[in-house]
Design a protein around this ligand. Structure first.
Ligand code: SAM
Length: 232
């Protein structure tokens, strides 16, 4: 999807997203909170002081309130190619995070600016031939010892594929197999990329969600995360 395309769907994004995932019984807020809660766990496990966090492809800011809750002391920078989306994020959550437009092929940040580079459901909107480039850019702006944590839709989950195929703003989406994305991370210089699968149960089966952390290696979760470290 090009820049203008997301600018044009920015106003409708949340309601389209809400109706597209209604089958799960959950709202967009559930999925956003779920991911940032996991990022908090990842940084805790790796003992990372997450003082500066980048949300790459932050859209209309769905992750912002959850970063504010799980990382109350962190400085959050939200970056996107869609100015319209950034404007909406700014009006939804004024003062919670700095919104920065990405123009051209470089991230507009100095080397080693961030402890954590996060991205949710962005790379399937970026041509696959550009993935190594943007993962290198994320690595450049991450400090040694910092991490990248990217969440993507799992093309091995039939319900995810159905949701993407019926979602208006996913019309140009190209889903990414975790096994291929791991290789792309390695080509971009990231160390030890680790895949975990998430989101196995809809709200109707919420009683089973306590099992999810034991299923992280089972490749049928609705989404997956890949976390990797920038070596010193
Ligand atoms: C499906 S939305 C996800 C937004 C947000 N991460 C979320 O979870 O709600 C995808 C976002 O990726 C952005 N995007 C697409 N290509 C991008 C690129 N090359 N660099 C940064 N953002 C990009 C779009 O503008 C859009 O806001």
């Amino acid at each position: 999807m090009d820049v203008a395309e997301f600018d044009t769907v920015a106003e409708e994004y949340q309601e389209q997203h809400r109706s597209n995932i209604a089958i799960t019984g959950e709202a967009p807020e559930y999925f956003a909170e779920y991911k940032i809660n996991l990022v908090r766990q990842f940084t805790g496990q790796k003992n990372i002081d997450a003082a500066h966090i980048l949300d790459f492809g932050s859209g209309i800011g769905n992750s912002i309130p959850h970063f504010n809750r799980f990382f109350p002391a962190a400085k959050l920078t939200c970056a996107d190619v869609s100015q319209r989306s950034l404007d909406i994020a700014n009006s939804r959550f004024p003062g919670l995070g700095q919104n920065v437009r990405i123009e051209g092929a470089q991230l507009p940040f100095h080397d080693e600016s961030f402890d954590v580079a996060f991205s949710a459901c962005v790379f399937h909107h970026i041509p696959h031939a550009e993935h190594v480039h943007w993962l290198k850019e994320l690595r450049r702006v991450t400090r040694p010892g910092g991490i990248v944590a990217i969440f993507e839709h799992n093309p091995l989950n039939p319900l995810t594929v159905h949701a993407v195929n019926t979602c208006p703003f996913d019309v140009n989406a190209k889903l990414i197999r975790a096994s291929n994305f791991v290789k792309t991370y390695q080509q971009a210089g990231w160390q030890r990329p680790s895949v975990r699968y998430h989101l196995f149960f809809p709200r109707a089966l919420a009683a089973l969600r306590g099992l999810e952390r034991h299923l992280s290696r089972v490749a049928i979760g609705a989404q997956y995360s890949i976390v990797a470290t920038k070596s010193h």
